[in-house]
Design a protein around this ligand. Sequence first.
Ligand SMILES: Nc1ncnc2c1ncn2[C@@H]1O[C@H](COP(=O)(O)OP(=O)(O)OP(=O)(O)O)[C@@H](O)[C@H]1O
Length: 247
Amino acid sequence: MLTLENVSFEVPGEKGQKEIIRNISLKVDDHKFVVITGPNGGGKSTLAKLIAGIERPTSGKIYFNGEDITDKTITERANLGISFAFQQPVRFKGIQVLDLIRLAAKQNLSPADACKYLSEVGLCAKDYINREVNASLSGGELKRIEIATVLARGTKLSVFDEPEAGIDLWSFQNLIQVFERMRKQTDGSILIISHQERILDIADEIVVIADGQVSRHGAKDEILPGLLGTASAMNPCDKYYQGGAQA
Ligand SMILES: Nc1ncnc2c1ncn2[C@@H]1O[C@H](COP(=O)(O)OP(=O)(O)OP(=O)(O)O)[C@@H](O)[C@H]1O
């Protein structure tokens, strides 16, 4: 179980400190598929980075299975079973896709076994297994390879930041199926940041983050209907047209 207790995160701003995450308390139970959503700039990616250890909270505590991980490094958290897939995946010049999957799985997988993870994310494995993880890969290909490495790691908590970003419409259905399979097979929990209704629709729980705070958290059936057509889904310019002063 992941527990955040009164977590805040500030960065230096033009007018003093700017609070990006404001006193967030949150529990993610084992075996849960939780989707974090909310308006752009609300603090979702920052929250994911705090969980993965890429950023450290200014105040508050983070616990993983009862252990205080607030001061632990990314590697220490990874060794405890937390994995993170970036919104914009990192490229590794000089490393082949096969090496990356073996590193993630922490075993010398045969190419055939490594290929299974690529096939899971809808890539024709033989075309990619020996490719270098460099700038020659498209954004969508890189994203799918990164998701394949998270599958290969088989961790207790898998955090995905907007996995749908850059994935084409045809592969999106496949991605949903990947997450549905992960949900059935994993012993751990899955935390996904997403704006996609179809990903929200397969969640057990939805957390809405706006203005650095949890504005709503509950079961999918309770939260999702109220999300569609809310202020965050409206045209941000609508406020200028209130009172009939339309341009
Ligand atoms: N290191 C930083 N320095 C200054 N501002 C930052 C920093 N990191 C994030 N921010 C700001 O904090 C806010 C939250 O950013 P974050 O990326 O967490 O939002 P988000 O909810 O993931 O947005 P999106 O849905 O657009 O991906 C934004 O206004 C962003 O510009």
